[in-house]
Design a protein around this ligand. Sequence first.
Ligand code: NAD
Ligand code: UFG
Length: 338
Amino acid sequence: MRILVCGGSGYIGSHTCVVLAERGHDLVLADNFSNSSPVVLERLQAITGAPVAFRQVDLRDRAATFDLLAGGGFDAVLHFAALKAVGESCERPLDYFENNIGGTLHLLQAMQAAGVKRLVFSSSATVYGDPDRVPVREDAPLRVTNPYGRTKLVMEQLIGDLVATDPGFQAGVLRYFNPVGAHSSGLIGEDPSGPPNNLMPYICQVAVGRRPRLNVFGGDWPTVDGTGVRDYIHVVDLARAHADALDALVRDGRGFTVNLGTGQGVSVLQLVQAFERASGRPVPYDLVPRRAGDVAEVYADPALAQQLLGWRAQLDVDAMCRDAWRWQSMNPEGYGAG
Ligand code: NAD
Ligand code: UFG
């Protein structure tokens, strides 16, 4: 297939491009580099052995987005392009609505104008908020707790409405749990700008000496060891799911919404210990009060993805830590030094 990958130079998009290229698809990446580096394109070329077709486009620019789609001959679009920082979304909600919802609206309109009718969309476990029970199934109540989450929920609904009205439109909505890790080459990985909000990149930066200690947000949660429990999923497993989702759309018709997780809950301290084992580096930490908006325990029921996509996660926490550390130790300053 000829595939447009919006947000293709970002963390999950870049790993997905490697898998799609390995499966013989023809790719065009589009990004505005608001949260990624052009160095990613060189790294992708090094991994895949072929030049990367790239268009610098901001999806907020309606005309540029129409131009991107027009005459592109795309069989499918993968849509990763979004702002994703929960805290920032609480400070600047309108920017999140404009970028995420506005950008998606332009993309859907441009797809319709160009007659492109196959979409794979990056959603998030954030749409479940604080779930009543774990593991979380796709039919759990949706109740978001912050503007970022609201954008994901609205985008899911926009896509659902389009599917309902256009019989030819196919969409795969993928609700990611907690993506971590990196490609085994160590050439691409997660490179947050500023202090990381998420646990794994913070652990990596402590281990590599960029930050002195990890703050563990809360030791009094009702969990196995008092720290928060999440469903960490290797980004390469996640990438593979996108290729499988495209195949499922081609095979099965109209579409689906599925969780992408391992189904295993892992606590903050369990992840720290696994990382110390994998890296051989100490990760000193302090137990500090809970972070506002956090929840005790969230992990997926991944059965539907297995049933519909034939996909299940294969890489364990040790592999996630090993590969995250390889990336961080080979690129202590991320792509910045690249
Ligand atoms: P990322 O920031 O690394 O990648 C997103 C890419 O989109 C970046 O390269 C950014 O420059 C680009 N982008 C943003 N707005 C754009 C716009 N208006 N026009 C063009 N390009 C734009 O993030 P990621 O971790 O790779 O996440 C990819 C997707 O998965 C996002 O939609 C995110 O919300 C979703 N998601 C991520 C996580 C996570 O923990 N990483 C969890 C659940 C869902
Ligand atoms: N944590 C720490 N210290 C840190 C960072 C995180 O103790 O420095 C803890 C958190 O309290 C939580 C766990 O580590 O218990 C995981 O936190 P993350 O921030 O890595 O992940 P979250 O599950 O809180 O949120 C992430 C994304 C959201 C997304 C959600 C579900 O940031 O955007 O996963 O996909 F919605």
